[in-house]
Ligand binder design. Sequence first.
Ligand SMILES: Cc1cc2nc3c(=O)[nH]c(=O)nc-3n(C[C@H](O)[C@H](O)[C@H](O)COP(=O)(O)O)c2cc1C
Length: 318
Amino acid sequence: MKLILAPMEGVIDHHMRKALTSVGGYDACVTEFVRIVDLCLPDKVFNRISPELAQQGRTSSGIPVILQLLGGNPEAMAASAQRAVELGAPAIDINFGCPSKMVTRKMGGSVLLKEPGQVHDIVAAVRKAVDASIPVTAKMRLGYENDALALDNALAIEAAGAAELVVHARTKVEGYKPPARWEALAPLREALTIPLIANGDITSLQNYHRCFEASGCESVMLGRGALNNPSLAKQIKQSSHNEAIEPMNWRAISSLILATSEKMELDYPQEHIVRRHKQWLAMLRAAHPAGQRVFHEIRRMTVLADIKSELREEENRG
Ligand SMILES: Cc1cc2nc3c(=O)[nH]c(=O)nc-3n(C[C@H](O)[C@H](O)[C@H](O)COP(=O)(O)O)c2cc1C
């Protein structure tokens, strides 16, 4: 079983990867995408998206950080993967899921799912460009408009040499509309020899088990569920080992946000951190009654110190 922390542009950056992997349960993380058009980008772009490159491509808890590339030009993708690996990326993931508004195929993402041959060529070019010891993985949706090519795309990715495949169980057209169709993953899992990792709406332990029953996928990727419930991955692991489940209490969550805030303050302006805290607390309130209370208190605050002081009060309240 493998649990992966999802890439979420503008939401899960290196600070969040550090925070969430420190809680435990994760086996890997994937960075926000690096968009590749027709040139390999300067090193600073890779280092900004994955500051972990400076620490052997791992979070402070030692969890590998897979670098994600998005693009439709096989040569540029191959050159970029090669450079990312030289800089320290422990694995490369290719994004075929982004519902990008830029519809030219050169731009990459889910629009490429209309052409399994193109999907194959991109994965094959990246696979060929990096050392065999570096896993190349892919993340896709079930399709663009419908699922008709889901199996063709999955098989193309496998044939091109990918080590594993994550599938977000929706089409591009379905966006994020619930429910994720976990049952549509089962035929893909049966047809593939590489591991299939389920993704989409796994927001609780109960949903994890429902997804497993519907898809047969033991391994999953957690996005919004990881933010709603920072100990979800740990709970899934505890459940699979028949250990007692230890939900994280609000005091520990407040401490985690405050510690993350301190790190963010070294990198980002105050307004940005205020927005990010509101974003996280808005997600946390779904699973934690105390989160609801704090979100209500801070939602109109604009000064970071005020938000931190509210969190400290909650931290003390326990
Ligand atoms: C704000 C946001 C940003 C995202 N950014 C990326 C990204 O950079 N790369 C990617 O492959 N998927 C991205 N996704 C998709 C997620 O990784 C994931 O597939 C999706 O949220 C469904 O999983 P979940 O229900 O566990 O959140 C993003 C999703 C959201 C909501």
